[in-house]
Design a protein around this ligand. Structure first.
Ligand SMILES: [Zn+2]
Length: 323
């Protein structure tokens, strides 16, 4: 059998950090005037393995390639599937900061992406998933600070825990923002460069950027064991936890009422005492012991008028959750 030794291609192509392997190969092929499918076949089938072949073709060391291209770190390099599948540690794909990649000829580059990659710390730009205009953050430096906090939190407690809490926090902040409960977010949205009014994606990215510091601040609380313990411990602890939310996330707004998304977050994790539909007013503990003959009771809190639509009423059922 003839041994094929790959030669280094004339045009040196530098891989971008976390670049999607197949799209890097495509860039390498186009830059050197080769059909992408042909180059893919060479990399896939030349012994001893794709990494060694790629090192010979590009002139980069195996160490550089595996540090830069996450798929090459996997035991079996997948060059066969049509559908891109994120390698371990990534959630999806996005485009990197265009200023960081400008020296690569302005070609569209696709990288494996995580939540925290939404900001370029070098150029102070909102990247989001990179699909729209990458906003300059000069007038909203708190977004850059929030991203540093976000990244530090990942180092401290791990990506999976942060990802889960951030998703919860993003949902809560978005609902508060839609209710105009977060004036700081509204003011920040006005300070950011305007989004293209014709582009739904650009408008959505603009909102995400404006909400981001509040999302990170709430993520810090949702991943803080002391805060969570307080929030789930009963009325006194909840009041303390709520004060902290007002201090570090919402400003003046204090979550109240059964329709509040944070109270729903607490209710989903805990207990009967929080199951209020009071539009406002202090939380009053509901006894955990329910009379056995009561299928469903309505408990009227002290001081409330006894009309269902306006009273501070708590409902409790004997068939509540087991927790
Ligand atoms: Zn950049």
């Amino acid at each position: 059998m003839e041994l094929v030794v790959p030669q280094r291609l004339p045009l040196r192509t530098v891989p971008i950090r976390n670049e999607v392997l197949l799209l890097f190969l495509q860039r390498l092929a186009v830059g050197n005037g080769l059909p992408a499918r042909y180059l893919l076949g060479v990399v896939r089938h030349t012994p001893p393995n794709p990494v060694a072949t790629l090192a010979a073709l590009t002139g980069h060391s195996i160490d550089v390639l595996t540090r830069t291209l996450p798929e090459l770190r996997e035991a079996s390099v997948n060059l066969g599937e049509r559908k891109l599948r994120p390698p371990p540690g990534f959630t999806g794909v996005g485009q990197p900061c265009r200023l960081c990649t400008a020296r690569h000829g302005g070609r569209r580059i696709t990288v494996w992406h995580n939540d925290e990659d939404c900001v370029c710390l070098r150029h102070h730009r909102w990247i989001g998933d990179g699909s729209t205009n990458q906003m300059v953050l000069q007038k909203a430096p708190e977004i850059v600070r929030a991203n540093r906090i976000h990244r530090r939190l990942i180092v401290r407690i791990g990506a999976a825990a942060v990802r889960e809490a951030r998703a919860e926090a993003a949902g809560i902040i978005d609902r508060w923002h839609r209710r105009n409960a977060l004036p700081a977010v509204t003011a920040r949205a006005e300070r950011l460069p305007g989004a293209d009014p014709e582009s739904y994606a650009a408008i959505a990215e603009h909102q995400l950027a404006a909400q981001y510091p509040a999302v990170v601040a709430l993520t810090l609380l949702l991943t803080n064991a002391t805060w969570v313990e307080d929030a789930l411990s009963g009325p006194t602890g909840w009041n303390r936890a709520r004060d902290q939310v007002a201090r570090s996330v919402t400003g003046r707004y204090r979550p109240e009422g059964a329709h509040d998304p944070l109270i729903q977050w607490v209710n989903d994790r805990h207990p009967r005492w929080m199951e209020l539909d009071a539009p406002s007013g202090p939380i009053v503990a509901i006894p955990r012991t329910v009379p056995p003959d009561s299928e469903r009771r309505v408990l009227v809190l002290p001081g409330a008028v006894t009309h269902r639509s306006t009273a501070a009423v708590a409902t409790i059922t004997t068939s509540s959750r087991a927790d």
